[in-house]
Design a protein around this ligand. Structure first.
Ligand code: PEP
Ligand code: MG
Length: 845
């Protein structure tokens, strides 16, 4: 059985929660409390790590332990207690973010029912849903109350306004979502009808009813409100409609985008995009619609309908599942909005509102409590009915919404069936087509079956492109949108070097691409023959060649491809694609495992570089207009130092097993560097006091990727042991081009002399201070950059593992004076195109 531990500052509170929880179950379950400090009778507030540890040990069994905490230091105490547990137990103890009282009760009931730890966690997490539903607060995160459930206020007059909708596409996904959310903020009952279409009044807080009004450009609405704040409600609705729902008319979501895309046979011409990862691929295409359950993975088993006795349980199960679906969509929404754009993300706002729609919830209650249907059948019935209503609409836009309803419907059914979200896995070779892929989507791709990637968004320096390169998957990004109309299974060819894409290529094109692919594979093969040789120029100058990695698997690949260590461990990848940050011990395991792969070679661990195009949904980072100019990298870590310290502790603890170096990202001022070093010293002191060994001589370095850091490189250099130049960010900041924006990808070119001069300036300042200068930006992974980098005097480079053989081969064909001459000439050219043309004349590959 799962054991439960309540950690609270107050012993009285913890005892009360225990009493309440145990009353819910017939038999005693293993439930311990750790609360208050000092003498029990004093009721002194606080939490004690050892008490928490003892409580966990006291209820520990094979089923594992769920720990619920009240707040603040209770969390820290629980985390530290976890660290004190023996390794084998630690993995079976879960610190849960669920609300203390509701969570404890739900978890106790679930544990007493004999559920396993994952089910108990799920119950505890979803514990607020039932309360929310009872109070009519359907979403704890949005706090939208369905006031229309309340009886009408007797004497309150019904106020009415009439408004004309002037935005181009009427109430499409995003405006409809805003309309519903605004209406739901008020106590008053707000209703709306489409006068132009002569509809009846419907509830303004129901996304489905509002959408089905079919409001288009120029339609007139009547909006009524009755209740205490009716005037304010109507004023808010008026402002919303008159401000065109805050929409930029040029960038609105188009009907039909993102869901159903019929094949149009007219798409036969070649398409041109931006090369993002070299290589040639020819294979049938698969369109990945960035929805959670791609077409080819829908569960096909028939749904079971049966009579349930305990409707309350069934309702609770459905509520919990809806809550879980809500969480999944929120993550998807936040990823989409940061990585693709708010307009594309708006569709997921509508998905969330669908889950919260009071009409949907009422219909479900009817099926479950009155008809005693099981949750799956009830859900299916409501989804089918709604989807059919949309399908039978005359309006094409409304008909297309059926796909959204089905999408949300399938998600909940999958969760009810206990099926985890599927990743993008294929059993046959494919070329993956998408608007964009998230870094975590891309990271999960298997190069054995995903032969190529083709996206309409993205840029060569986006993390998606970087990962594609490190996976060795040819990729073209920024391809025109007509690509998305290609039917699944159509033969597609792409050349990741030129950015060309062919739909149904003819035999001649296939033959020439096949020749190119073979030549490419053979040059790759040739280079890999000597992978373990060092990168030494013809006249004897060596550049250390390290690898950019995201985890243990990459480290192993890098070793095989001749990496002489790790020049950049992007630790943020350990934090992506999960519901909570990795604990100190989880991080320790990864760092330790990498040290085992490179025991005597340098391993540069970059501290968390989150933000930009790598958001972490569970950290609730605020939406930013310019995430790349915002709260990312070291800026985030300095203000969230609890997370930073855990990471530094993990790195330091693992440092005894390898030759680690620590690198701070996004340093833009001396003050930031000093602050980061101060926190680092604090962690060192704590470890010393706790007698935990670590490498006392560990090197500290920084990334040079912000222009200000280049300019003050002479001030920064004496304070660190090394610099590593990050040309991906440096190019975007120097050239003022968002690295994920295909429109400006050509401009954000690290070969531009403006960027190369920054590289030169950094190397000079670093060498003047006697420190080593490396480069881990993507420029170094381009083998054509090798002469410039050798000529500018870099000491080491850190590359995508796949690029290592070619880089070594390039260096071995050069002399330093020759490279210096090339670098000198490149720096004096006036465009990236001229630099590329200069270096393309050197055939050292
Ligand atoms: C860089 O900016 O060049 C770099 C290596 O860091 P990242 O790509 O992870 O931002
Ligand atoms: Mg960077």
């Amino acid at each position: 059985m799962v054991g439960i531990v309540i950690v609270s500052h107050s012993r009285l509170l913890a005892e009360g929660v225990r009493e309440l929880a145990l009353q819910m179950v017939p038999d005693y379950i293993s439930l311990a409390i750790a609360a208050g400090i000092d003498d029990v009778d004093d009721h002194q507030l606080g939490t004690d790590v050892l008490q928490v540890q003892a409580a966990i040990e006291s209820v520990y069994g094979d089923g594992g332990v769920l720990v619920l905490m009240d707040l603040g230091s209770a969390l820290m105490s629980a985390e530290m207690a976890l660290e004190l547990l023996p390794e084998e137990k630690r993995h079976n103890v879960y610190l849960c973010e669920a609300p203390l009282v509701e969570g404890a009760i739900a978890a106790t009931i679930s544990a007493a029912a004999g559920n396993d730890l994952s089910q108990v966690i799920a119950e505890a997490r979803a514990a607020l849903a039932a309360k929310g539903s009872q109070l009519g607060v359907v979403s704890s995160s949005l706090l939208i109350a369905d006031k229309n459930q309340l009886p009408p206020v007797d004497d309150a007059p019904v106020l009415e306004i009439r408004l004309r909708v002037s935005n181009k596409l009427g109430l499409h996904a995003r405006p409809a979502a805003k309309f519903v959310a605004t209406a739901a903020k008020f106590e008053s009952q707000v209703k709306v009808k489409n006068i132009t279409r002569s509809t009846v009044f419907v509830r303004a807080n129901s996304i489905n009813q509002v959408t089905m009004l079919g409001v288009r450009h120029g339609h007139e609405l009547a909006i009524t409100a009755s209740g205490t704040d009716a005037e304010a409600a109507l004023a808010a609705m008026k402002e919303l409609v008159e401000s065109h729902f805050g929409e930029d008319e040029t960038a609105i979501w188009q009907p039909g985008d993102g869901d159903t895309r019929p094949y149009r046979s007219s798409v036969t011409s070649d398409l041109r995009g931006i090369s993002a990862s070299p290589g040639v691929a020819i294979a049938p295409s698969v369109l990945y619609i960035n929805t959670p359950l791609p077409r080819y993975q829908l569960p096909t088993a028939p749904l079971q309908q049966y009579h349930v006795e305990n409707s309350e349980n069934e309702w609770q199960r459905l509520q919990n599942t809806i809550q879980a679906a809500h969480q999944e969509i929120e993550i998807l929404l936040s990823e989409t909005s940061t990585q693709i754009g708010d307009n594309e993300a708006a569709i997921f706002d509508a998905h969330l509102l669908f889950l919260e729609d009071p009409l949907v919830l009422e219909a479900l209650q009817q099926h479950i409590f009155v008809e005693h249907l099981n949750a799956v059948a009830a859900w299916q019935a409501v989804v089918d009915e709604l989807a059919n209503q949309y399908r039978t609409q005359e309006d094409m836009y409304l008909r297309a919404r059926a796909a959204d309803v089905m999408d949300v419907g399938q998600r909940v059914l999958r969760l009810l069936a206990g099926i985890a979200a599927t990743s993008l896995s294929f059993t046959e070779p494919v070329i993956l087509i998408a608007t964009d892929l998230t870094p975590s989507d891309t990271a999960k791709l298997d190069p054995a079956n995903v032969l190529g990637i083709c996206t309409t968004s993205g840029s060569p320096t986006s993390h998606t492109a970087i990962i594609a390169r490190s996976l060795g998957i040819p990729a073209v990004v920024g391809v025109p949108e007509s690509l998305l109309q290609v039917a699944d299974g159509t033969m597609v060819a792409l050349d990741g070097e030129t950015g060309n894409v062919w739909i149904e290529p003819d035999a001649e094109i296939i033959a020439s691409l096949t020749t190119k692919r073979e030549a490419w594979q053979s040059s790759q093969h040739q280079a890999t023959i000597n992978v373990h040789q060092l990168a030494i120029s013809l006249d004897g100058r060596q550049i250390e060649v390290l690898a950019n990695i995201g985890g243990v698997a990459d480290a192993q690949i890098a070793l095989g491809l001749g990496a002489e260590g790790v020049g950049l461990l992007r630790t943020e990848f350990l934090f992506l694609d999960r519901m909570a940050p990795p604990s100190e011990s989880e991080q320790y395991e990864v760092y330790h495992a990498i040290a085992q792969i490179f025991p005597n070679q340098p391993v540069i661990i970059r501290t968390l570089d989150i933000g930009g195009d790598k958001p972490l949904p569970y950290l609730n980072l605020p939406q930013e207009n310019n995430p790349f100019l915002g709260w990312r990298g070291i800026r985030f870590c300095l203000s969230r130092d609890e997370l930073f310290k855990i990471q530094l502790r993990a790195i330091l603890r693992a440092s005894t097993s390898g030759k680690f170096k620590i690198m701070f990202p996004m340093i833009s001022t001396v003050t930031e560097l000093q602050a980061a070093k101060l926190i680092f010293r604090e962690v060192q002191t704590e470890l010393r006091q706790a007698k935990i060994p670590f490498d006392e001589k560990i090197d500290i370095g920084i990334m040079i990727e912000v222009p200000s850091a280049v300019v003050i490189a002479d001030q920064l250099a004496p304070k660190v042991d090394f610099f590593s130049i990050g040309t991906n960010d440096l190019s975007q900041y120097v050239m003022a081009c968002d690295r994920t924006n295909p429109q400006v990808a050509d401009l954000a070119d690290a070969f531009h002399p403006a960027v190369l001069r920054m590289v030169q300036q950094t190397i000079k300042a670093g060498h003047a201070a006697g420190i080593k200068i490396g480069m881990c930006g993507e420029l170094a992974s381009d083998p054509f950059a090798a002469p410039i980098l050798l000529g500018l005097g870099l000491d080491d480079v850190s590359l995508n593992p796949q690029a290592i053989p070619n880089f070594k081969s390039a260096i071995s064909h050069l002399t330093v004076p020759e490279a210096e001459a090339i670098a000198f000439e490149a720096l004096n050219l006036d465009s990236a195109a001229k630099v590329r043309s200069l270096i393309s004349t050197f055939s050292y590959l």
